[in-house]
Design a protein around this ligand. Structure first.
Ligand SMILES: [Zn+2]
Length: 77
């Protein structure tokens, strides 16, 4: 029986293809903790106020002294 060489090549490739298979079942807690990580809230970005040196969020007026963009942006008691 004559089989086209291209076909034989495809057949051999299918037979010799070996997939990587996990050795053990992944535990519920392991997979659930991985899936839960998508919901985790990240740490808020912090920067330092150039006027008073207090910790503040970037691109926001300083909550301690009201300084933003080199001027008194908001009134703070
Ligand atoms: Zn400040």
């Amino acid at each position: 029986m004559v089989v086209p060489t291209s076909r034989v090549g495809v057949q051999n490739a299918q037979q010799e293809r070996i997939m990587a298979v996990p050795k053990r079942k992944m535990s519920k807690s392991k997979s659930r903790s991985r899936k839960a990580s998508a919901w985790r809230v990240g740490r808020t970005a912090r920067s330092t106020c150039p006027n008073c040196g207090a910790s503040k969020r970037p691109h926001r007026a300083c909550g301690n002294c009201g300084w933003y963009a080199g001027r008194q942006a908001i009134e703070v008691d």
